[in-house]
Design a protein around this ligand. Structure first.
Ligand code: BMA
Length: 331
């Protein structure tokens, strides 16, 4: 038996939109959809754009036939106009190796919108990066070797290079179990990536004992790159949960500050969760239980940040916090 992990609470700086009700769920989707979650959101000029994961074709037990990426637009970041067909499907990738595309993140860099997404293939999970100029078609720029995912791009070049955070899965070298960390790589063109460095190890996050990964693309502030990530703790005393026979993990959101000039340096981190699963959608009502999976943080003119997160792999929710409070937590 593993040890019982403590109750975790969200920071008091967090305000869940509408008490934690979803901003997007299956009922909003005009095509086949079961679970709508783990979205990426950005602001493209004055319009919000959301790309979201859709697991559909549920077998009634524990798996889905398909997993692809839909797209929606909004004027206020709360009410969404979902486009009438998916944005990226595995078939659109025109590669028989590719079986699923999911967990997208969006970043606008120099007026172009880039998407990072996870790509399941018959030979491992690859991290994809693409660009779209019309939100209808995607040009794929690069795919990592397996296994890598949870990639997010910084919103501007640093020292003339594109920068991404990422989460590879080094199974053998980390003892054959989940001990996965946040890394960073740079690129001159979003195609060739290198200069890789460790950013944060799972052992440095007091409320994680399993793995961590990038969540929202970082926000530039005077104090540093404000970066929301996800964390996982596992407790083998957790039994049947959600729709699955066995789900022993809990996903939370953490927050840290990275150095503006050298973002491989963590200059501050809140030692407790920024968000922990608390509402019914986050803890009980979904396919899984106890999952908060942050994928976007949008700074607003009023000093607040909209934080988008998937709840229990079933719906997409949003919370807000004051940017000053988020920075203060990291110090
Ligand atoms: C991770 C990913 C996420 C998911 C999370 C919780 O491994 O698959 O997409 O939200 O598990 O199930």
């Amino acid at each position: 038996m593993g040890k019982m992990w403590p109750e975790l609470r969200s920071s008091s700086v967090i305000r869940r939109y509408n008490g934690g009700e979803p901003v997007l769920s299956k009922k909003d989707i005009p095509y086949d959809a079961d679970c709508i979650f783990n979205a990426g959101v950005t602001k493209d000029r004055d319009r919000y754009v959301m790309v979201f994961r859709n697991d559909h074709g549920f077998d009634g037990k524990s798996s889905f036939e398909k997993c692809d990426i839909g797209i929606a637009f909004s004027d206020d970041g709360i009410h969404w106009d979902v486009q009438d067909k998916p944005f990226i499907t595995a078939e659109d990738m025109h590669d028989p190796e590719i079986t699923r595309v999911y967990d997208p993140r969006l970043t606008v860099i120099e007026d172009r919108c880039y998407i990072c997404f996870a790509v399941d293939t018959k030979h491992g999970i690859r991290g994809g990066i693409g660009v779209t100029d019309d939100f209808r078609s995607l040009k794929v720029l690069s795919l990592t070797v397996p296994d890598n995912r949870n990639m997010v791009l910084f919103p501007e070049k640093i020292d003339g290079k594109f920068v991404r955070l990422e989460r590879p899965f080094p199974v053998y070298s980390r003892g054959g179990k989940d001990r996965f960390d946040i890394w960073m790589s740079k690129s001159p063109d979003l195609k060739y990536w290198g200069e890789s460095e460790l950013v944060l190890g799972v052992e440095d996050v007091p409320f994680a004992n399993d793995k961590i990964g990038p969540g929202a693309p970082p926000i530039k502030t005077e104090a540093g790159w404000l970066t929301i990530f996800h964390t996982v703790d596992i407790d083998s005393t957790r039994g049947k949960n959600g729709w699955e026979e066995k789900w022993q993990k809990r996903y939370c959101a953490g927050v840290m500050l990275l150095d503006l000039k050298d973002p491989s340096k963590v200059i501050g981190m809140y030692k407790e969760p920024l968000m922990a699963p608390e509402t019914e959608y986050e803890t009980e009502g979904g396919f899984r239980t106890n999952v908060i999976f942050p994928g976007a943080a949008i700074p607003e003119e009023d000093g607040r940040v909209k934080i988008y997160y998937g709840a229990s792999d079933t719906v997409e929710c949003m919370a807000t916090a004051d940017i000053k409070d988020l920075i203060a937590l990291c110090r």
